[in-house]
Design a protein around this ligand. Structure first.
Ligand code: ADP
Ligand code: 5GP
Length: 190
Protein backbone atom coordinates (compact mmCIF):
# COMPACT_ATOMS: atom_id res chain seq x y z
CA UNK A 1 0.00 0.00 0.00
CA UNK A 2 1.34 3.42 -0.85
CA UNK A 3 1.72 6.15 1.75
CA UNK A 4 -0.86 8.90 2.09
CA UNK A 5 -0.17 12.46 0.94
CA UNK A 6 1.03 15.06 3.41
CA UNK A 7 -0.44 18.52 2.76
CA UNK A 8 0.96 21.57 4.55
CA UNK A 9 -1.17 24.73 4.70
CA UNK A 10 0.77 27.75 5.84
CA UNK A 11 0.63 31.53 5.73
CA UNK A 12 0.69 34.51 8.09
CA UNK A 13 -1.39 34.49 11.25
CA UNK A 14 -4.85 35.91 10.55
CA UNK A 15 -4.83 35.18 6.80
CA UNK A 16 -7.69 32.71 7.26
CA UNK A 17 -6.10 29.23 7.39
CA UNK A 18 -8.47 28.00 10.09
CA UNK A 19 -11.51 29.55 8.41
CA UNK A 20 -10.67 28.08 5.00
CA UNK A 21 -10.08 24.62 6.47
CA UNK A 22 -13.29 24.70 8.56
CA UNK A 23 -15.20 25.54 5.40
CA UNK A 24 -13.42 22.84 3.40
CA UNK A 25 -14.22 20.18 5.99
CA UNK A 26 -17.94 21.06 5.88
CA UNK A 27 -18.16 19.49 2.45
CA UNK A 28 -15.01 17.48 2.02
CA UNK A 29 -13.96 14.52 4.05
CA UNK A 30 -11.45 11.81 3.69
CA UNK A 31 -8.59 14.05 4.69
CA UNK A 32 -7.29 13.95 8.24
CA UNK A 33 -6.38 17.04 10.23
CA UNK A 34 -3.35 17.14 12.48
CA UNK A 35 -4.20 18.79 15.81
CA UNK A 36 -1.20 20.78 17.01
CA UNK A 37 0.08 21.20 20.50
CA UNK A 38 0.61 24.67 21.93
CA UNK A 39 1.65 26.43 25.11
CA UNK A 40 -0.59 29.42 24.40
CA UNK A 41 -3.74 30.00 26.43
CA UNK A 42 -6.98 28.69 24.88
CA UNK A 43 -9.17 31.36 23.29
CA UNK A 44 -12.83 31.57 24.10
CA UNK A 45 -14.62 28.67 22.43
CA UNK A 46 -11.52 26.66 21.60
CA UNK A 47 -11.84 22.97 22.39
CA UNK A 48 -9.04 20.81 23.81
CA UNK A 49 -8.09 18.10 21.32
CA UNK A 50 -10.04 19.74 18.49
CA UNK A 51 -8.42 23.14 18.02
CA UNK A 52 -5.22 22.31 19.89
CA UNK A 53 -3.83 20.19 22.66
CA UNK A 54 -3.06 22.85 25.27
CA UNK A 55 0.00 22.04 27.37
CA UNK A 56 2.40 23.74 29.75
CA UNK A 57 5.87 24.79 28.62
CA UNK A 58 7.29 21.99 30.76
CA UNK A 59 5.16 19.32 29.06
CA UNK A 60 5.98 20.74 25.65
CA UNK A 61 9.73 20.58 26.33
CA UNK A 62 9.45 17.02 27.64
CA UNK A 63 7.77 15.90 24.40
CA UNK A 64 10.33 17.82 22.39
CA UNK A 65 13.18 16.08 24.25
CA UNK A 66 11.83 12.65 23.37
CA UNK A 67 11.54 13.60 19.70
CA UNK A 68 7.75 13.54 19.84
CA UNK A 69 7.28 16.39 17.37
CA UNK A 70 7.63 16.41 13.61
CA UNK A 71 8.37 20.13 13.80
CA UNK A 72 8.16 22.86 16.39
CA UNK A 73 8.26 26.62 16.31
CA UNK A 74 8.12 29.51 18.69
CA UNK A 75 5.50 31.74 17.14
CA UNK A 76 4.65 35.15 18.57
CA UNK A 77 6.07 34.13 21.96
CA UNK A 78 4.40 30.70 22.32
CA UNK A 79 5.49 27.19 21.39
CA UNK A 80 3.64 25.18 18.75
CA UNK A 81 4.34 21.69 17.49
CA UNK A 82 2.98 18.90 15.31
CA UNK A 83 2.74 15.60 17.21
CA UNK A 84 4.79 13.15 15.19
CA UNK A 85 3.05 9.82 15.76
CA UNK A 86 -0.42 10.74 14.46
CA UNK A 87 1.04 12.06 11.20
CA UNK A 88 3.30 9.06 10.67
CA UNK A 89 0.59 6.51 11.49
CA UNK A 90 -1.95 8.21 9.22
CA UNK A 91 0.42 8.33 6.26
CA UNK A 92 1.50 4.71 6.84
CA UNK A 93 -2.18 3.65 6.65
CA UNK A 94 -2.30 5.23 3.19
CA UNK A 95 -4.48 8.15 4.34
CA UNK A 96 -3.93 11.82 3.55
CA UNK A 97 -3.38 14.44 6.23
CA UNK A 98 -3.16 18.22 6.36
CA UNK A 99 -1.08 20.33 8.74
CA UNK A 100 -1.98 23.95 9.43
CA UNK A 101 1.27 25.46 10.62
CA UNK A 102 3.38 28.60 10.45
CA UNK A 103 6.13 29.22 7.92
CA UNK A 104 9.06 28.21 10.15
CA UNK A 105 7.30 24.89 10.70
CA UNK A 106 6.62 24.44 6.98
CA UNK A 107 10.33 24.98 6.28
CA UNK A 108 11.23 22.22 8.76
CA UNK A 109 8.71 19.82 7.23
CA UNK A 110 10.19 20.55 3.78
CA UNK A 111 13.55 19.23 5.01
CA UNK A 112 12.08 15.95 6.26
CA UNK A 113 9.25 15.45 3.73
CA UNK A 114 10.27 17.17 0.49
CA UNK A 115 7.55 15.18 -1.30
CA UNK A 116 4.79 16.85 0.78
CA UNK A 117 2.50 19.36 -0.94
CA UNK A 118 3.14 22.89 0.35
CA UNK A 119 0.37 25.47 0.06
CA UNK A 120 0.75 29.13 1.00
CA UNK A 121 -2.39 31.08 1.84
CA UNK A 122 -1.90 34.72 0.95
CA UNK A 123 -3.88 37.78 2.13
CA UNK A 124 -4.98 40.38 -0.46
CA UNK A 125 -2.72 42.92 1.34
CA UNK A 126 -1.12 43.64 4.71
CA UNK A 127 -3.96 46.11 5.38
CA UNK A 128 -6.51 43.33 4.83
CA UNK A 129 -4.51 41.08 7.14
CA UNK A 130 -4.52 43.78 9.80
CA UNK A 131 -8.31 44.15 9.47
CA UNK A 132 -8.78 40.39 9.80
CA UNK A 133 -6.72 40.26 12.97
CA UNK A 134 -8.81 43.16 14.28
CA UNK A 135 -12.04 41.46 13.30
CA UNK A 136 -11.07 38.18 14.96
CA UNK A 137 -10.69 40.19 18.13
CA UNK A 138 -8.49 37.61 19.84
CA UNK A 139 -5.24 39.54 20.01
CA UNK A 140 -4.06 42.44 22.12
CA UNK A 141 -2.73 45.47 20.27
CA UNK A 142 0.82 44.31 20.98
CA UNK A 143 0.15 40.78 19.75
CA UNK A 144 -1.43 42.13 16.54
CA UNK A 145 1.62 44.31 15.94
CA UNK A 146 3.97 41.32 16.37
CA UNK A 147 1.85 39.22 13.98
CA UNK A 148 1.85 41.97 11.33
CA UNK A 149 5.55 42.58 11.67
CA UNK A 150 6.23 38.84 11.23
CA UNK A 151 3.83 38.70 8.28
CA UNK A 152 6.01 41.11 6.27
CA UNK A 153 8.93 38.67 6.31
CA UNK A 154 6.66 35.65 5.90
CA UNK A 155 5.14 36.96 2.67
CA UNK A 156 8.58 36.82 1.08
CA UNK A 157 8.63 33.03 1.61
CA UNK A 158 5.63 32.36 -0.62
CA UNK A 159 7.67 31.34 -3.64
CA UNK A 160 9.16 28.37 -1.78
CA UNK A 161 5.69 26.80 -1.81
CA UNK A 162 4.22 24.50 -4.48
CA UNK A 163 0.96 26.45 -4.59
CA UNK A 164 -0.07 29.97 -3.58
CA UNK A 165 -3.77 30.50 -2.85
CA UNK A 166 -5.11 34.02 -2.52
CA UNK A 167 -7.67 34.31 0.28
CA UNK A 168 -9.67 37.28 -0.93
CA UNK A 169 -13.14 35.84 -1.43
CA UNK A 170 -13.44 32.94 1.00
CA UNK A 171 -15.49 30.69 -1.33
CA UNK A 172 -12.95 31.03 -4.09
CA UNK A 173 -10.04 30.20 -1.78
CA UNK A 174 -11.83 27.08 -0.53
CA UNK A 175 -12.54 25.93 -4.09
CA UNK A 176 -8.93 26.50 -5.10
CA UNK A 177 -7.62 24.54 -2.11
CA UNK A 178 -10.04 21.72 -2.86
CA UNK A 179 -8.93 21.66 -6.51
CA UNK A 180 -5.27 21.44 -5.46
CA UNK A 181 -5.98 18.54 -3.09
CA UNK A 182 -8.03 16.68 -5.70
CA UNK A 183 -5.41 17.18 -8.38
CA UNK A 184 -2.60 15.93 -6.15
CA UNK A 185 -4.69 12.89 -5.20
CA UNK A 186 -5.41 12.10 -8.84
CA UNK A 187 -1.74 12.37 -9.77
CA UNK A 188 -0.91 9.99 -6.97
CA UNK A 189 -3.28 7.37 -8.40
CA UNK A 190 -1.95 7.75 -11.98
P1 ADP B 1 -5.51 32.01 10.74
O1 ADP B 1 -6.04 30.62 11.07
O2 ADP B 1 -4.74 32.05 9.47
O3 ADP B 1 -4.76 32.65 11.86
P2 ADP B 1 -8.35 32.76 10.89
O4 ADP B 1 -8.97 31.62 10.15
O5 ADP B 1 -8.47 32.76 12.38
O6 ADP B 1 -6.81 32.93 10.47
O7 ADP B 1 -8.99 34.10 10.28
C1 ADP B 1 -8.69 35.38 10.81
C2 ADP B 1 -9.91 36.31 10.63
O8 ADP B 1 -10.08 36.59 9.25
C3 ADP B 1 -11.22 35.71 11.13
O9 ADP B 1 -11.96 36.73 11.79
C4 ADP B 1 -11.92 35.27 9.86
O10 ADP B 1 -13.33 35.31 9.98
C5 ADP B 1 -11.43 36.30 8.84
N1 ADP B 1 -11.37 35.80 7.46
C6 ADP B 1 -10.89 34.61 7.02
N2 ADP B 1 -11.00 34.51 5.67
C7 ADP B 1 -11.53 35.69 5.24
C8 ADP B 1 -11.88 36.23 3.94
N3 ADP B 1 -11.69 35.53 2.82
N4 ADP B 1 -12.39 37.46 3.89
C9 ADP B 1 -12.60 38.19 5.03
N5 ADP B 1 -12.30 37.75 6.27
C10 ADP B 1 -11.77 36.52 6.38
P1 5GP C 1 -2.74 30.90 16.63
O1 5GP C 1 -2.14 31.26 17.96
O2 5GP C 1 -3.30 32.11 15.92
O3 5GP C 1 -3.71 29.73 16.72
O4 5GP C 1 -1.55 30.36 15.73
C1 5GP C 1 -0.43 31.16 15.49
C2 5GP C 1 0.35 30.60 14.32
O5 5GP C 1 0.91 29.34 14.67
C3 5GP C 1 -0.54 30.34 13.10
O6 5GP C 1 0.16 30.82 11.95
C4 5GP C 1 -0.69 28.86 13.08
O7 5GP C 1 -0.87 28.33 11.78
C5 5GP C 1 0.65 28.42 13.65
N1 5GP C 1 0.63 27.04 14.16
C6 5GP C 1 -0.41 26.35 14.68
N2 5GP C 1 -0.03 25.11 15.01
C7 5GP C 1 1.27 24.98 14.66
C8 5GP C 1 2.22 23.91 14.72
O8 5GP C 1 1.96 22.80 15.15
N3 5GP C 1 3.46 24.19 14.26
C9 5GP C 1 3.81 25.41 13.77
N4 5GP C 1 5.05 25.56 13.33
N5 5GP C 1 2.96 26.43 13.70
C10 5GP C 1 1.69 26.23 14.13
Amino acid sequence: MSEGILFVLSGPSGVGKGTVLDRLFETYNGINYSVSMTTREPRQGEVEGEDYFFVSEEEFKEIMDRNGFLETARVHGNYYGTPRSYVEKTLAKGEDIILEIDIQGANQVRDIFPEAVFIFLKPPSLEALSRRLDKRGTESRKSREIRLENAKAEMAEADKFDHVVLNDKLDKAVLKLKAIIERERKEEII
